[in-house]
Design a protein around this ligand. Structure first.
Ligand code: DGI
Ligand code: FE
Ligand code: FE
Ligand code: FE
Length: 187
């Protein structure tokens, strides 16, 4: 495996400073959510740190990876917003030498969520949304809900992300909608 210094160097060299600062924020927030939810803090912090490793990979490089690395070719009908998690795992394995399937799965699910999510999946999905650098209207409510109950946070984010996407007339990735149908249920 790579040293943590080498992972930090490669991460920094693959994105701009703004995105790197976001990854630091997600890492710190993931550590906090792990502590609150009885999960391995170091593993959550690493997953949060690398979740957007492929955020600034070029569309051409994503398309090549989809076509040559055994991904579902339907992904070609989508764009970087969907690719950087699902296809991002290919670049994370290749460049960061991370093979832990729990971490890779959390990266894969961090944008769309999934109908079944592990504690680590939920931690990364929510840390991405509420890290200290996020400033959207409602972020404080999202933080309060998530720190009170991680599952409620997942439902909150899915509902608000769908509202946001529909307000822009963006296409909804079917898994995002399937996830909403599972996690929207209020307890
Ligand atoms: O990478 P980040 O910006 O930190 O956050 P993210 O990976 O959670 O989300 C990236 C973008 O993806 C965000 O603007 C919302 C968008 N997104 C999430 N679900 C869908 C989606 N975009 C489309 N078109 N369809 C979806 O279902
Ligand atoms: Fe992302
Ligand atoms: Fe997210
Ligand atoms: Fe992110």
């Amino acid at each position: 495996p790579l040293s943590s210094d080498e992972i930090v160097n490669r991460e920094k060299n693959n994105m701009d400073q703004h995105r790197f600062d976001h990854c630091i924020g997600v890492s710190q927030t993931a550590r906090k959510l792990a502590n609150l939810n009885g999960y391995d803090e170091d593993k959550a912090a690493l997953a949060g740190f690398i979740h957007d490793y492929a955020k600034q990979v070029s569309p051409a490089d994503f398309q090549t990876a989809i076509k040559t690395q055994g991904f579902d070719l339907d992904l070609l009908n989508w764009g970087p917003a969907i690719w950087h998690g699902i296809v991002g795992t290919y670049f994370i394995k290749r460049d960061l030498k991370i093979t832990d399937e729990e971490i890779l799965t959390a990266v894969r699910r961090h944008t769309t969520a999934d109908t079944q999510m592990t504690t680590l999946d939920k931690i990364v999905y929510m840390a991405d949304y509420i890290e200290p650098g996020r400033t959207f209207a409602g972020v404080q409510e999202a933080r309060d809900v998530t720190y009170a109950n991680l599952d409620e946070g997942v439902g909150y984010q899915l509902a608000h992300t769908l509202e946001f996407l529909i307000s822009k007339r963006s296409k909804i990735y079917p898994l995002t909608l399937d996830s909403y149908n599972v996690w929207s249920i209020k307890k």
